[in-house]
Ligand binder design. Structure first.
Ligand SMILES: Nc1nc2c(c(=O)[nH]1)N[C@H]1C(S)=C(S)[C@@H](COP(=O)(O)OP(=O)(O)OC[C@H]3O[C@@H](n4cnc5c(N)ncnc54)[C@H](O)[C@@H]3O)O[C@H]1N2
Ligand code: MOO
Length: 649
């Protein structure tokens, strides 16, 4: 089997066209055949034919109210001061009816029971207002007239549609057959979520969940997904699985093995059993996508999805959804879009169309888009994403402040009630977010370091910035930085937590590290935080107090962006220690030497503080249960949580 090293870079429209051409040439482009199914199973299916009413509804003139059927002309002249009496009798001119009863043939209106009074020993009614013909009557065919169109073909059946179809005299409906999509995960390193839950994972093992995502996508788009169990990286086994899949599927999706690695067999196996039309598309993520087919009667289209989860999910959106829509006779989905201001400069390599996940929030009346992590393995970035920004192949990116169009993954109403936090990350913010969610609001958080948060606040891109910047001259937190970075603004600083910072070391502290003065030891390697991080400022302050030049600290230049990344560097042995919070040490079962207390505060502008947007957050800070939760976390205290000081910067 030939190993392919070089992938193509085919523009997305051309790649799509190659697949479309194959489908057209093989009579596979049109909608699938129809099947008749009971209405109880038809929600969400696509009608294959128009539905014509075979009955009228109602099928007779019906009383619309509980009351008395009357001949309307008997009521003429009735007023408040001169009521009219109408005798009751089975042949009229008045007779009792319930809502929905057929109207007696002699009657043409109904007087509601509350507008009529029984008189003459209940043998007649008295009414004090005349009724016009057809008052409170539902004429035959009011809803639907037999032969009328109830619903067109190619219509996605909603719950109310089912009611209307049944009401028009049908028990079944003709819908498009569900396209069968077989999904084949490949990869020797993959284990099932069940297995991962039941035992410790070994290095190199990966939880197989792409097939889960793809199957759910396929089902949500109207297809029938069939997941095969994982096939190990063996070309013969992969070939057998593909051949079997082609025997039962309208479309086969193979996962992973799509790029240029030593165990990437998807393309060659597809080539063996059929043809590869495209291998390598100028999109990011999703570059190594394969489009091809397996020979047969009829031939079966195959999509080879990259193994990285984000690439895989996007492959579903970009390639699988349009084919399913075509087969179901529905127009492809188009997500609603919104205009947004880009919060940060975003570089994108020219040559590939890039799909950037963004978080959205509304600050000062404008929608702000903040790019999320771009790695193709970071599925949590898609979970957090509120929208997708497409950067065209010819563009080299977007400038900060530039207007962009974002296609929405979330309801705009939800985006409007979002509190946007940009700043330093702290685990308590996740707890805060959870409590805010309980108050029907949303708190999103991007980690940009303390200084990054203040800058974002100044630029109108965030409502609140978490900050813990130590002022070396005063020993206070944040104020001098606020004066510098938010000058001209009316600022409110809300106390959040006091927390312990300290040195994170390997379990048992094997190198006997005691405090900052040890950091110059030649046998130690330190791992630092990025410039602008409060933790970095804290280190620099302590080094200065001790008269230590940072250059004397081995590893000072090695930077990580989060507390957990520092802890991970220690855990892996790449470093011996790093400054961080206790929670990060605990998360990875490491040792922690507490060395400093610091104040982590929430900085906001007075107009946000006074306005409605921050209300849920301020309420949570007063919530005793929230405070108890935070107090119970290692290294945290809520002593003055919620206290506010105002600064005219
Ligand atoms: N030298 C090159 N290397 C890579 C290239 C390239 O052009 N040249 N492309 C990169 C890009 S871009 C992508 S995307 C990936 C695509 O990788 P493969 O499709 O070959 O997939 P694997 O290498 O087997 O897996 C990648 C990654 O995803 C995990 N994975 C795989 N299947 C699943 C699954 N079903 N559920 C969850 N996770 C899965 C797998 O374990 C790997 O971690 O290649 C780059 N490399
Ligand atoms: O195509 Mo890969 O998906 O860019 O990461």
């Amino acid at each position: 089997m030939q190993r392919r090293i070089y992938l193509d870079d085919i523009p997305l429209p051309e790649a799509r066209e190659r697949m479309s051409k194959f489908l057209r040439n093989n009579n596979l482009a049109g909608p699938l055949e129809a099947e008749k199914i009971p209405l109880s199973e038809a929600a969400g299916r696509i009608s294959a034919e128009p539905v014509w009413a075979s009955l009228s509804s109602p099928g007779y003139h019906a009383s619309a109210m509980d009351g008395y059927a009357v001949k309307s002309k008997e009521s003429s002249g009735a007023t408040e001061t001169s009521p009219v009496r109408i005798p009751l009798g089975p042949e009229g001119p008045a007779s009792y009816v319930d809502t929905g009863d057929p109207m007696p043939p002699w009657a043409d209106a109904v007087v509601m029971i509350e507008n009529a009074e029984l008189v003459d020993d209940d043998t007649a009614i008295e009414i004090r207002a005349a009724v016009a013909p057809w008052t409170s009557v539902r004429p035959m065919g009011e809803d639907l007239v037999a032969t009328e169109l109830v619903l067109p073909a190619n219509h996605c059946l909603s719950p109310v549609d089912l009611g209307a179809i049944a009401g028009s005299g049908h028990a079944t409906v003709s819908v498009r057959r569900k396209p069968v999509v077989v999904i084949i995960p490949t990869g020797t390193e993959l284990i099932s979520p069940e297995e991962a839950e039941s035992r410790a994972m070994k290095p190199g093992e990966i939880i197989e969940y792409n097939s889960l995502m793809l199957a759910a996508q396929v089902e949500s788009w109207g297809g029938e997904a069939r997941r095969y169990s994982t096939v190990i990286d063996d070309p013969e086994l992969i070939r057998r699985a593909l051949a079997r899949a082609a025997g039962e599927a309208d479309l086969v999706v193979m996962i992973a093995g799509s790029s240029a690695g030593s165990e990437d067999y998807s393309a060659s196996v597809i080539g063996d059993l059929g043809e590869v039309f495209v291998h390598g598309i100028a999109v990011k993520p999703g570059h190594p996508v394969i489009l091809g087919m397996v020979k047969g009667t009829p031939p079966v289209p195959v999509i080879g999805s990259p193994g990285y989860p984000v690439s895989c999910a996007l492959t579903g959106e970009i390639f699988i959804e349009p084919i399913l829509s075509q087969w179901l006779g529905r127009s492809g989905r188009q997500r609603p879009e919104t205009e947004a201001v880009m919060s940060r400069k975003l570089h994108s390599a020219a040559g590939a169309e890039e799909f950037v996940r963004v978080a959205l929030g509304e600050v000062d009346g404008k929608t702000v888009a903040a790019p999320l992590q771009r790695g193709a393995g970071v599925i949590s970035s898609l979970v957090k994403a509120d929208g997708i920004l497409r950067i065209p192949a010819l563009s080299e990116g977007v400038d900060a402040g530039e207007m962009v169009r974002v296609s929405l993954l979330r309801d705009p109403a939800e985006i409007r009630r979002t509190i946007v936090h940009i700043g330093s990350h702290d685990i308590c913010l996740d707890v805060l977010a959870q409590y805010i969610a309980g108050r029907s609001s949303r708190f999103t958080s991007s980690n940009a370091g303390s200084l990054g948060g203040l800058v974002a606040l100044k630029r109108g891109e965030a409502h609140v910035a978490g900050s813990h910047l130590l002022d070396p001259d005063t020993g206070n937190f944040n104020d001098s930085y606020i004066r510098r970075y938010l000058s001209g603004e009316k600022v409110a600083v809300i106390s959040f937590v006091h927390r312990e910072q300290g040195l994170i070391t390997a379990k048992g502290n094997p190198k006997g590290i005691r405090d900052f003065s040890d950091l110059t030891r030649e046998d130690l390697r330190y791992v630092n935080r990025q410039r602008g991080a409060g933790t970095r400022v804290l280190l620099d302050y302590n080094l200065e107090q001790l008269g230590i030049d940072p250059e004397q600290v081995p590893g000072y230049r090695r930077e990580e962006y989060t507390h957990l990344a520092v802890a991970a560097a220690v855990q892996s042995g790449a470093a011996d220690c790093g400054l961080g919070i206790a929670a990060a040490a605990m998360a990875l079962d490491l040792d922690f030497i507490p060395l400093a207390h610091e104040r982590y505060e929430l900085v906001t502008l007075e107009r946000f503080f006074e306005g409605p947007v921050l209300k849920p957050l301020l309420e949570v800070l007063e919530d005793q249960e929230f405070r108890k939760t935070v107090d119970s976390m290692a290294g945290y205290a809520t002593a003055d949580m919620g206290r506010v000081r105002k600064i005219e910067a």
